[in-house]
Design a protein around this ligand. Structure first.
Ligand SMILES: [Zn+2]
Length: 225
């Protein structure tokens, strides 16, 4: 299954109980970054346009930021003899190890300079525990520690969440799946995300899993205010 194979939900109106969650649009995930995502930069203008479309109707624009400690356990460099993208599995880490990326306070952890961040209501920083990664914006990779996002969304009355950003096969995927499990209605903007694509076959697998979990897909041009 490819991103172009998903069923597109058409003509979606935005309501006041919708939130737009923009996942990890950070320098290290750009094509020349430490953990490159091909075409990661190409989605930035479309995300900015979507923010403007959302704002004023649903004013809940939320950003997430991968925000690791130096020597984070998800980095290959923290494990003797391991290379980036090598398979690795431990509680809260894996299924592969990563190049050093998004170390808190570094330029690589900054948002893409052209991402319009001024209308965001909340920035969630995740992966801050040195021993546990957090692909999902909701629940860390130990599958139990919450980031607080679901409580925040519930408190402000959010029912439906629109997701875009990086990367499709990790942080966007896990955020959509956890969002669904936690009782929100996720809609994934398939044209405003891109995958890492490692290991081979992962994109197809996550698209199939999200389809089976009844997660909706759309394109930005189907969203109207
Ligand atoms: Zn990370």
């Amino acid at each position: 299954m490819k991103p172009s194979d998903v069923r597109i939900t058409k003509d979606i109106g935005i309501h006041s109980n919708d939130a737009l969650i923009i996942i990890d649009v950070q320098n290290d995930f750009m094509p020349h970054g430490a953990l490159p995502v091909a075409e990661g930069d190409l989605i930035v203008p479309g995300i900015n346009q979507l923010v403007v479309k959302f704002y004023g109707v649903a004013s809940s624009v939320i950003l997430t930021q991968d925000w690791h400690t130096p020597n984070h356990h998800s980095f290959a460099s923290a494990h003797k003899g391991k290379k980036p993208y090598a398979p690795y599995s431990a509680e809260g880490i894996g299924p592969i190890l990563w190049p050093d990326h998004c170390v808190r306070g570094t330029a690589g952890a900054d948002f893409h300079p052209e991402l319009d961040t001024k209308l965001a209501r909340l920035i969630i920083r995740k992966g801050t525990n040195p021993k546990i990664d957090s692909y999902s914006a909701f629940i860390e990779n130990d599958k139990k520690t919450e980031t607080g996002l679901s409580g925040y969304l519930r408190t402000i009355g959010i029912k439906r969440i629109f997701l875009c950003g990086l990367a499709l096969d990790y942080c966007v995927f896990y955020s959509a799946m956890d969002g669904k499990k936690l009782g929100f209605d996720p809609v994934l903007l398939i044209d405003l995300t891109r995958p890492v694509g490692t290991p081979e076959g992962i994109v197809s697998r996550v698209l199939e899993e999200m389809t089976a979990a009844d997660i909706a897909f759309t394109n930005a041009n189907q969203i109207r205010r």
